[in-house]
Design a protein around this ligand. Structure first.
Ligand SMILES: Cc1cc2nc3c(=O)[nH]c(=O)nc-3n(C[C@H](O)[C@H](O)[C@H](O)COP(=O)(O)O)c2cc1C
Length: 306
């Protein structure tokens, strides 16, 4: 490891490097401990949590696509109580950021969930998913309505105590800058973007959709140019830190997002391509920075010559 400065200072938390894992692609973190040292990551964003356990959508709910995948998991999760009891105590939360990803059906429920998580020492920050395309209630329906984004953010913020609040934006909107401004008006400390893009796949032999839910969320390298554009637009629209997500699969990809203004990134579908992907990117980043003459991320961030 080189001694280059990969530290990222964010409101209410400091990351040792900019590599976080994206919610829903890294389980509850523990499942990946055999592929690397979890404490070497900048942070772990765990699978979306709801107040009560959820079964998720019927199968099939994953389909491979060119340079990506579609998913319609529907926020299957063990519920916040079981997470706090059975998973969090075994995560290295003293050594790396552990970020909860919140899913609820209305603003009030989001507030209740935030209050439960805010009272727990091992939770570093709360990420609010107002952008899931795979659920009938809440999810992207919130994320497409700036008034709702603001209301949910306010409610989470009111209940989050001193925990930083990240609002995760959807790309399935006409103008992502409007959504970003709504979240910031509601009190978001940071934003993450993007969640998956709504898509579908069909089978001409069976004449059926490949997902039981018909529609799903597209992720992976195929969406990286969209994510990069969204992060660039959001960074220009608001002044809070932005975490870039979407198709990141190499240390070069991480620097792409930081160049357009992101403070940190989340690695998602790449974890399915190879389970040590996030660990490798975190360890390869300093050498790449050195090769490119980048001493620290603060100087490099947003230095795009456009
Ligand atoms: C199987 C799967 C499950 C996901 N579950 C969640 C979730 O629970 N909450 C959430 O905010 N995003 C969820 N996402 C979206 C990812 O966190 C990420 O925003 C998206 O996949 C884009 O990044 P990527 O291209 O690196 O995967 C999920 C994505 C996948 C592929």
């Amino acid at each position: 490891m080189s001694s280059l400065d990969t530290i990222v200072r964010l409101p209410g938390l400091t990351l040792k490097n900019p590599v976080l894992t994206a919610s829903g692609t890294f389980g509850y973190g523990l499942e990946f401990a055999r592929y690397g040292n979890l404490a070497d990551l900048g942070g772990i964003v765990v699978k979306g949590l709801s107040l009560k356990p959820r079964q998720g959508n019927p199968m099939p709910r994953i389909a491979e696509t060119p340079c990506g995948m579609l998913n319609a998991i529907g926020i299957q999760n063990i519920g916040v109580e079981a997470f706090l009891r059975d998973k969090l105590p075994f995560l290295p939360w003293r050594e790396t950021a552990v970020i909860a990803n919140l899913y609820a059906c209305d603003a009030h429920e989001f507030g209740e969930l935030a209050a439960v998580l805010a009272s727990v020492e091992g939770m570093t920050a709360l990420e609010v998913n107002v952008s899931c395309p795979n659920v009938k209630e809440g999810g992207v329906a919130f994320g497409q309505n700036p008034g709702q984004i603001r209301a949910v953010t306010e409610e989470v913020k009111r209940n989050a105590g001193s925990k930083p609040v990240i609002v995760k934006l959807s790309p399935n909107v006409t103008d992502i800058a409007d959504a970003a401004r709504a979240a910031v008006d509601g009190g978001a400390d940071m934003l993450s973007c993007i969640n998956t893009l709504m898509g579908m796949a069909v089978d001409i032999r069976t004449r059926k959709p490949r997902l039981a839910n018909v529609y799903g969320g597209l992720s992976g390298p195929a969406i990286k140019p969209v994510a990069l554009r969204c992060v660039h637009q959001v960074c220009r629209a608001v002044s809070v830190p932005v975490i870039g997500v979407g198709g990141i699969a190499s240390a070069e990809d991480i620097l792409d997002f930081i160049l357009v203004g992101a403070h940190a990134v989340q690695v998602g579908t790449a974890n399915f391509m190879r389970p040590d992907a996030a660990f490798r990117m975190a360890s390869e980043l300093p050498a790449l920075m050195e090769k490119l003459g980048i001493d620290g991320l603060d100087d490099f961030r947003g230095s795009l010559r456009a």
